[in-house]
Design a protein around this ligand. Structure first.
Ligand code: SF4
Length: 348
């Protein structure tokens, strides 16, 4: 299990973020928030997919006013995403569970005070969301488009809240560039106690977003950095949650579900391994318990892998072995192996 960086625990609705809380998964709706029906439908789809916290865009008052109706229909905690207009933040703060706003961008000190007061009254946190594409002009001029600029921007917004004695804060430092994202989170981590929301922004479509997010979030999570995560994927909803869960699982942040080790196949193969692995993957989807299984195309590496797996198959020519904890429990013809293997998995 990874050793997490100690952070302050805050609450977004009933979901704890930071401290010893599990790393939560976030996503964002893409409907117009004022379209209550579509937004509720998307939030419920995300909930069903395993999302913990959902963010909705609130670009104008019609969207802010719709939040009350939306909250009545859903049980996932909602973060209202607001830029610049403090009146939207005040309206949203009446009903949502967290406000995403950068205090330095909303104008006078009085306005910041009002937003902080509204959040304090309802005991809801503020997420400071630094994005490399919209840094403050002076900071960008001084440091250029760098991770240093992102960190300076975060510190600037954090100080504005701290000066008003507000510390229910979480912070994100997103860039579309993987390296800059990682550098920024690493640099800020020792400087503030607040939980981090991890993400690579504008990460692209499924393939590119998965690769970029796996590299950036994987590196950070393995260092113990990160308290809540979002994978931004163009045009996907449930997939964001699926990829997030896989990243948490393979970085060791959560232990759940079946981890399938299967060989890539090569010229030694004598069976249709691709078909077998696909069938196994499909039939093991429902299992939540953490389990390692290996499905290997020949004996070259199969015995070694089987020793580390809970249940394994080693295919040969027309037949193969089923192994449990490295011990052979059956030698069967090829067409009987998958069923027997799955029987052994179910016993766990
Ligand atoms: S386990 Fe066998 S079939 Fe699979 S890649 Fe290795 S050598 Fe090739």
């Amino acid at each position: 299990m990874i050793k997490r960086y100690p952070t302050k625990k805050i609450y977004v609705g009933d979901v704890a973020v930071g401290g010893d809380a599990p790393i939560s998964i976030q996503s964002m709706t893409f409907s117009k928030t004022r379209d209550v029906k579509s937004t509720v439908e998307q939030i419920n789809r995300l909930h069903f997919a395993g999302c913990d916290i959902v963010r909705v865009a609130v670009p104008d008052m019609e969207d802010a006013l719709a939040l009350k109706e939306i909250k009545k229909e859903v049980s996932l905690p909602i973060v209202a995403d607001i830029h610049f207009d403090y009146r939207l933040a005040l309206k949203a703060a009446e009903v949502v569970d967290c406000i995403r706003i950068n205090p330095g961008n909303i104008g006078s000190k009085e306005r910041i005070k009002e937003v902080v007061k509204a959040c304090k009254e309802r005991n809801i946190p503020i997420r400071i969301g630094v994005n490399s594409g919209s840094l403050e002009k002076e900071i960008e001029q001084k440091y250029g488009p760098t991770s240093k600029a992102m960190v300076e921007s975060a510190l600037y917004h954090i100080k504005l809240l701290e000066d008003l004695d507000f510390t229910d804060i979480k912070v994100s430092l997103k860039a579309s560039d993987v390296q800059r994202t990682v550098e920024a989170y690493r640099a800020l981590r020792p400087l503030v106690p607040y939980p981090f929301h991890l993400g690579v922004t504008e990460a692209g479509t499924m393939f590119s977003a998965t690769v970029k997010s796996s590299i950036a979030l994987g590196a950070l999570l393995l260092e113990g950095i990160g308290d809540t995560i979002r994978i931004s994927i163009t045009g996907e909803l449930e997939k964001e949650v699926e990829v997030a869960r896989a990243i948490l699982k393979h970085s060791g942040a959560i232990k759940e579900g079946v981890n399938i080790i299967s060989c890539p196949t090569c010229g030694r193969i004598e069976v249709d391994l691709v078909k077998a692995v696909k069938e196994i993957e499909e039939r093991l989807k429902h299992i939540k318990k953490p389990l390692n299984v290996s499905v290997m195309g020949c004996v070259v590496n199969a015995i070694g892998e089987a020793k580390h797996a809970d249940v394994a198959i080693a295919y040969g020519k027309g037949s193969g072995l089923v192994m449990v904890k490295g011990e052979v429990v059956a030698k069967l013809p090829e067409n009987k192996l998958v069923d027997r293997f799955l029987e052994e998995v179910e016993k766990f």
